[in-house]
Design a protein. Sequence first.
Length: 277
Amino acid sequence: MSETSALNIINTFKKSSDKSASEDIELLIMHVLGIDRNILLRDNPILSKSNMIQLKQFIERREKGEPLAYITNEIGFWNLSLYVNSDVLIPRPETEIMVEVILNSFNSERRRVLDLGTGSGAIGLSLAKERPDWEIICSDLSFDALKVTLENSERNSLSIKLVNANWLSAYKKNYFDLIISNPPYVDPSNKRILSKSLEFEPEIALFSESKGLSDIKKIVQESSKILVNKGYLFIEHGFDQSDEVSSLFEHYQFSKIKKHRDMQDINRVCSGRLNRC
């Protein structure tokens, strides 16, 4: 495999592939060379034989459906650069609505916040960046996922606490002012119709029994004990689950229940304030 210029490779793919594939090639070349797009376009660097071998390996992985973020081990979320691997779900742009709504709802006054099922730490770390006075605990059942969260806290110089626990089993009552979660909410019966790229992501972070609502129900129920009275719960859910989730909130003594839409105008997050009698 001989040396060749970056733009020559990109132009070759543009002629033979769709737009998405050629954009992926551009990102993979930047990753192999450790450069940004400005340098790529300005300098049109030459890829060495070893660069070409690595690029070929990355292209083969991409052609098999592996998500680009797992190949490059990087994804942008909010205003952070996050490390990701197959131990964690890849943060989606629609999850940023939760960060936005929380920041618009609460000022910088000190609060105890729990990011439940944190995965890569995307939500909790984004809040830590914007609200440095908040005490933020990032919790996950997967120890391997917490290693990724730790990597991301160090990468972005953010201070958080990590807890290895199964949902809310490790916490005392009346402790948190705010609980946030992007839990598994995909119905296991939908596995066959999902995107091939999801095959590479951890099932434990995707699927939940009872039509995708089992973990959400558990979180809402347990949060009603762990939150301080008048504390808030925010949960991301599937595109067709907002009515069921808001009903769960109401059943477990939450008031001021709101449905928040994502950038595609789909109900994506449910929030409510605990109102114990």
